[in-house]
Every structure is written in structure tokens, then in C-alpha cells.
Write a protein that binds this ligand. Structure first.
Ligand code: FMN
Length: 203
């Protein structure tokens, strides 16, 4: 099964002086290093984080779950911003309709979210406080405007005190043209996958 190749890529010319980008999309998700079982959990309001979750899912064999909130967040930016400011200030945990029963069967759990008001979107707070990730490897990833992701990583670490939290990746607005390559490079650097065509960090 691992050797099954999708039809469109089987006939691609392989020359040493390729003009294509150094890191190309893998044909099929590869087995994670060390036979780990991988879950990707993410929250996304406008789809950016969903895109990045998809890149990870396309690269490494994994299960993918989108976190859904019981109450849908409004699409009106100003209203949402005011609401999120309050939720972040009070540490509010919005109720979720997503519950993952068999978390303990996973070794590695990716947690994806947008940066909202300088930190991880509140549904992540809910998820991490209602699911026991002790003993698991947790890997944050996020999308944002120009803010730093550090506060969100601190939040993740503080809510997963008994997990090993690996270095995350942040995809900022305006940098999606290189996002797929950076995700693959990052997945190799943190030891989730080994790919033959990677390691050629662009720029
Ligand atoms: C309510 C709200 C607050 C935000 N706060 C920040 C912020 O503090 N810093 C930042 O860099 N981006 C901020 N953003 C931008 C989002 O992080 C960015 O658009 C992200 O990619 C959205 O991800 P999504 O499409 O998965 O929902 C905010 C967006 C919203 C809607």
C-alpha cells in the first residue's frame, strides 16, 4: 500500500537539475517515524488553520479532527473581536461538541488554532482542559497575522503539564506561498517524519 502512487505523479521526470521547488508534495502520507499513531486536532474559523492541518495530514499518516464549538462564532469581525477579548481575559472555555474518546491510543497529537487576541483561540483552552494528554507528545501549530505565537505556546504548555510539547510552527498571513514547504521541513526537524526529498530549507 505504501508503494501505491497516484497516477499523476508516477511519470514525473526526475532530473538532477530540476527547476521545481526543493521540497515537493509527498505523493501519499508517509508513516510517522517510530511507528507512532498521530492525531491532528484543530480549530479554524476562516479556514487558514484548516489548510495547514491539511498539509500535515497530507504528509504524515494521521487522523484529522476539527474542533466544533457548541455556539458558532460570528463572522462579524468587530463583534467577534470584542467577544474574544472578553473570553481571553476571563479564561473562558467555550463548550465544544467535539469529544475524542480514544485519545490515549495516540502517541502524537497536533493541536492547531488561529492566534486570537495574542493567544490560542479559546476552543483550544476548552479542548486541552477537557482531554487528558498526559504522557502524549503534543505539537502546536497556528496561523496568525503578525503576532508572536509565544503566548499561545506558553498556554499550550501550561495546559499540558504532563505532555512533551514539541516546537510549533506558525504560518503568518501573507506567507502561504511557502507554507507547505515549511511544514514539511518542520515535520522533519521535529522528528515526526523522515523524507528523502526534504531538508532543503528554502531561503
Ligand atoms: C477575533 C480575532 C482576533 C485575532 N487576533 C489576532 C492577533 O492577536 N494576532 C494576530 O496575529 N492575528 C490575529 N487574528 C488573525 C487570525 O489569527 C488569522 O486570520 C488566522 O489565520 C485565522 O485562522 P482561521 O482561518 O483558521 O480561523 C485574529 C483574528 C480574529 C478573527
Amino acid at each position: 500500500l505504501m508503494l501505491a502512487i497516484t497516477g499523476c505523479s508516477a511519470g514525473e521526470p526526475q532530473t538532477e537539475e530540476s527547476t521545481t521547488p526543493p521540497v515537493e508534495k509527498t505523493e501519499e502520507p508517509v508513516e510517522p517515524s517510530g511507528d507512532k499513531k498521530v492525531l491532528i486536532v484543530y480549530f479554524s474559523h476562516t479556514g487558514n488553520t484548516r489548510t495547514i492541518a491539511g498539509y500535515i495530514h497530507d504528509t504524515v499518516k494521521s487522523d484529522l479532527v476539527e474542533i466544533q464549538t457548541a455556539d458558532t462564532y460570528t463572522d462579524d469581525y468587530d463583534t467577534l473581536l470584542a467577544q474574544i477579548r472578553e473570553e481571553v481575559a476571563s479564561g473562558y472555555c467555550p463548550p465544544l461538541t467535539t469529544n475524542i474518546e480514544n485519545l490515549s491510543s495516540y502517541d502524537v497529537i497536533f493541536i492547531g488554532y488561529p492566534i486570537w487576541v495574542e493567544t490560542a483561540a479559546p476552543p483550544i483552552r476548552t479542548f486541552l482542559t477537557t482531554h487528558d494528554l498526559a504522557g502524549r507528545t503534543v505539537v502546536p501549530f497556528c496561523t496568525s497575522g503578525t503576532s508572536s505565537a509565544e503566548a499561545s505556546y506558553r498556554l499550550v504548555r501550561s495546559l499540558c503539564p504532563q505532555s512533551t510539547v514539541l516546537e510549533g510552527i506558525q504560518i503568518r498571513r501573507g506567507t502561504y506561498d511557502t507554507a507547505y514547504e515549511r511544514v514539511i521541513t518542520w515535520l522533519q526537524e521535529i522528528g515526526i517524519v523522515e523524507l528523502n526529498n526534504g531538508g532543503n530549507d528554502e531561503k
